[in-house]
Ligand binder design. Structure first.
Ligand SMILES: Cc1cc2nc3c(=O)[nH]c(=O)nc-3n(C[C@H](O)[C@H](O)[C@H](O)COP(=O)(O)O)c2cc1C
Length: 308
């Protein structure tokens, strides 16, 4: 017999039928008059994380919201990650009443905004960012995906079909936005921790949000102590890596000391890593890869990553 109960799956199941931990961001967008409007959002997550020409986030929102309408018009937004202080949460919940116009709510919003770094550097008009945000992702909506470039703002009482599957107007009252990441901004203290390696005390205090429940409250909790869990690294034997390396190419070979440097590479990634090494060797007229060449290949890879 199952140890679980079977719950009904209803609209907004993530907050009506589940306990689903979510981030809390304030999304800033540009209004028609050039001012910045802000709205709180939680259904936002990484979407393209690797293997594409760019990185992207995915936002799921009501298509009549100021945020959606501004995105349809200008394509620009900033995702501001706020701290977990109850005062901050109180402030941002004030921005969530559906139908409030930016002119109505923004004058009562007590958090300061500053010019975006992109705007400062390039002069391109961008939404302002929250000065007290811990980190900000500046984004551009990829309207060319899923044919969404024909979606226009202006229909506040629901859009008629046809609908897109995953980008732009996706239902009568819903929209999804695939947001290309243009810039990640972070307060210096947290940025330094990322560059130098984080310790438990370095993590910022971000809230965990469980959504709107009982037709009354937004539920969230504050950050608690960070813990770590060590990944048990499974090192392959030299013989098993040698087996794969000897079959990677007819002409390019690997010395034992070269293979020793990749014993920790999970088996599924090994062909890709070996192929990268072989490609480098062919470009550089090298037929034997030793530990020295592996170091050069690794340095090159790190530099390419840093450039991105
Ligand atoms: C913490 C929090 C998270 C929210 N997350 C979402 C969300 O992910 N998607 C959505 O459509 N509405 C969400 N809402 C409701 C919107 O904030 C609400 O529709 C608001 O009117 C949007 O503001 P805007 O019209 O200025 O964009 C959330 C509200 C709060 C307080």
């Amino acid at each position: 017999m199952s140890s679980f109960k079977n719950l009904r799956i209803v609209d907004n199941f993530y907050q009506t039928s589940l306990y689903f931990p979510m981030p809390t961001v304030v999304i800033s967008t540009l209004c028609e008059d050039g001012t910045t409007s802000c709205g709180p959002y939680s259904l936002i997550q990484p979407y393209y994380v690797a293997g594409k020409d760019y990185y992207a986030m995915l936002l799921n929102c009501r298509n009549s919201s100021n945020t959606a309408q501004n995105l349809l018009r200008t394509g620009k937004c900033a995702l501001n990650f706020v701290n977990d202080k109850p005062k901050t949460f109180h402030e941002i919940v004030k921005l969530s009443w559906p139908g409030d116009t930016p002119a109505e709510k923004m004058p009562k919003f007590n958090m300061s905004l500053e010019t975006s770094l992109i705007e400062e550097e390039t002069g391109e008009k961008r939404p302002m960012v929250l000065t007290d945000a811990i980190e900000v992702i500046e984004c551009t909506w990829m309207r060319e995906l899923d044919g969404a470039d024909k979606d226009v703002p202006g229909q506040l009482n629901g859009y008629e079909p046809p609908y897109h599957d995953f980008n732009g107007i996706t239902s009568k009252f819903g929209a999804h936005f695939i947001l290309r990441i243009d810039r990640i901004l972070m307060k210096e203290k947290y940025a330094n921790a990322i560059v130098n390696g984080v310790k438990a005390g370095d993590f910022p205090s971000l809230p965990v949000d469980y959504g709107y429940r009982d037709s009354k409250n937004f539920w969230f909790h504050r950050k608690s102590r960070m813990r770590t869990e060590l990944l048990p690294i499974r090192a392959a034997s030299l013989e098993s890596v040698r087996y794969a390396a000897d079959r990677a190419d007819d002409t390019v070979k690997f010395s034992d000391d070269a293979l020793m440097t990749i014993l920790n590479v999970p088996r599924v990634f090994l062909p890709l890593v070996l192929k990268g090494c072989v490609d480098w060797a062919k470009e550089n007229n090298c037929t034997l890869i030793t530990e020295k060449e592996m170091k050069i290949i690794n340095d090159k890879r790190s530099k390419e990553k840093a450039k991105k």
